[in-house]
Design a protein around this ligand. Structure first.
Ligand SMILES: NC(=O)c1ccc[n+]([C@@H]2O[C@H](COP(=O)([O-])OP(=O)(O)OC[C@H]3O[C@@H](n4cnc5c(N)ncnc54)[C@H](O)[C@@H]3O)[C@@H](O)[C@H]2O)c1
Length: 268
């Protein structure tokens, strides 16, 4: 391996790379869009709400990065295909696809309706399947690429009231492996970045609830929520040449939550 002084730059720079970030207008997606643009990528910023997409683009540009806005409701398969095609047409090539869009409706299983079930599966699983399927021929034709799904510790940990969200995230962990196996020969690495409990606008009400915040703190060895910036290191690893031999993995960033608990932890 080359040990020239530019080794970090060669491995981690995203200069000249194009990233499609589906779900870039939320708490985590926005931070990832800015960070990957700072690493040199041009970012196709996707969200549902045009104003929030523009907000992300403005933050990317304020960090001297390049952003191109896209708006689409990904509950329709055709919209997923169009998003990939439009991003490729606008950017020329597609080096990295990040699947960050997700939705949730917290309810006990007894109250989940077929409509709840379909609405969550459509965004959290079906859109990711078909975005990735649409990106595949583009990446194969250009000699390779990277696909990063954003999972959840609900892939591995059963939590009440999130039965449907949890099953979509569990399926994503499995899908990561099959995609990695099928597309390895095309030099496409597929991994899942799995956050624990992070502080975002979406999760703020949970952390504001004293009982829930206490439950989290008692079970997270680092005793605090993650900040979206704490996902940037792993995202950059998975988006860059540095992960050229990493594929089919679920990379968990959770403050130690899934590692286990303490017998003697004081109550907080
Ligand atoms: N916040 C956390 O603690 C946490 C923990 C584990 C995993 N995650 C995962 O991280 C990712 C980002 O989460 P976040 O907290 O930033 O959430 P968020 O709600 O702020 O962002 C979700 C994104 O998904 C997009 N989206 C939702 N429904 C859509 C639809 N129908 N069509 C198109 N786009 C749609 C939104 O536009 C937004 O950009 C998600 O995959 C989530 O499951 C978050």
């Amino acid at each position: 391996m080359d040990t020239s002084p530019s080794i970090l730059n060669r491995l981690f720079s995203l200069g000249g790379k194009n990233v499609l970030l589906a779900g870039a207008s939320g708490g985590i997606g926005q931070v990832l869009a800015v960070a990957l643009a700072e690493a040199g990528a041009t970012v196709a910023v996707h969200g549902r709400n045009p104003e929030r997409v523009q907000q992300t683009c403005a933050r990317v540009e304020a960090a001297a990065g390049k952003a191109v806005p896209f708006t689409a409701d990904l509950t329709q398969v055709e919209a997923c295909r169009n998003l990939v095609n439009e991003a490729q047409a606008a950017l020329g090539r597609l080096d990295v696809l990040i699947n960050c869009a997700a939705t949730n409706r917290r309810k006990p299983m007894a109250q989940v309706t077929p409509e709840d079930f379909d609405a969550i599966v459509a965004v959290n699983l079906r859109s990711i399947y078909f975005l990735s399927q649409a990106a595949y021929p583009v990446m194969r034709a250009q000699g390779g690429g990277k696909i990063i799904h954003i999972g959840s510790i609900n892939s591995f940990y059963g939590l009440d009231t999130v039965s449907v969200y949890g099953l979509t995230k569990g399926a994503l962990a499995q899908l990561t492996k099959v995609m990695a196996v099928e597309w390895a020969a095309d030099n496409i690495q597929v991994n899942c970045l799995t956050p624990g409990f992070f502080l975002t606008p979406l999760s703020k009400p949970l952390w504001a609830d004293r009982e829930k915040a206490r439950w989290f703190r008692e079970r997270i060895p680092l005793r605090r929520p993650g900040q979206p910036e704490e996902l940037v290191g792993a995202a950059l690893l998975l988006a860059s040449r540095a992960s050229s031999y990493i594929t089919g993995q679920n990379i968990v960033v959770d403050g130690g939550f899934l590692a286990g608990g303490s017998w003697e932890r004081d109550e907080i």
